[in-house]
Design a protein around this ligand. Structure first.
Ligand SMILES: [Zn+2]
Ligand SMILES: [Zn+2]
Length: 153
């Protein structure tokens, strides 16, 4: 088998996504090894889902103060809006680290469980939200750099 990018070179590894051959140079570009096409496709997926998440956060951060306007003191309004905007990253953080997919211990308490988790996610979101934004920004930058260096759009 030869390299998918360099037909004249023998493959020493394969693309982790499509299984095409990769030469020594190509195999070391990405970890895990990916061919150019797959790297671009995966990058595109990463950036699309990041943008979706950021759009959701922006929507929550805008809708919440509009709904609460005039109903709660301004300080609370700001806090609730931040909690709402940072809820998605708080929720995924909670799910990833504290509630591994193993089902609920007490099925009858499922909804209570969910309510407690949602409350915890809102609080955690305030902490992990800004970190998430920073990471997302860095990730989107990496995606753009990768696409640019590979001659993509
Ligand atoms: Zn591939
Ligand atoms: Zn190659």
């Amino acid at each position: 088998m030869n390299c998918a990018e360099h037909i004249e070179l023998g493959a020493v590894g394969t693309c982790n996504s499509c299984g095409r051959g990769l030469c020594p140079e190509c195999v070391s570009v990405f970890t895990p090894p990916l061919c150019g096409n797959c790297a671009l496709a995966i990058n595109q997926n990463v950036s699309t889902s990041l943008w979706k998440q950021l759009a959701l956060m922006a929507a929550l951060g805008i809708v919440t103060p509009v709904l609460l306007w005039g109903h709660v003191p301004l300080a609370d309004l700001v806090l609730y809006s931040l909690m709402a905007a940072f809820f998605p990253p708080g929720w995924s953080f909670l799910r990833r680290y504290f509630a591994p997919s193993g089902g609920y211990i007490f099925m009858s308490m499922r909804w209570l469980n969910l309510a407690v988790q949602a409350g915890a996610a809102a609080v955690i979101g305030i902490v992990v939200g800004p970190i998430y934004l920073y990471k997302a920004w860095k990730e989107l930058k990496t995606v753009r750099d990768t696409q640019r260096s590979m001659g993509g759009q």
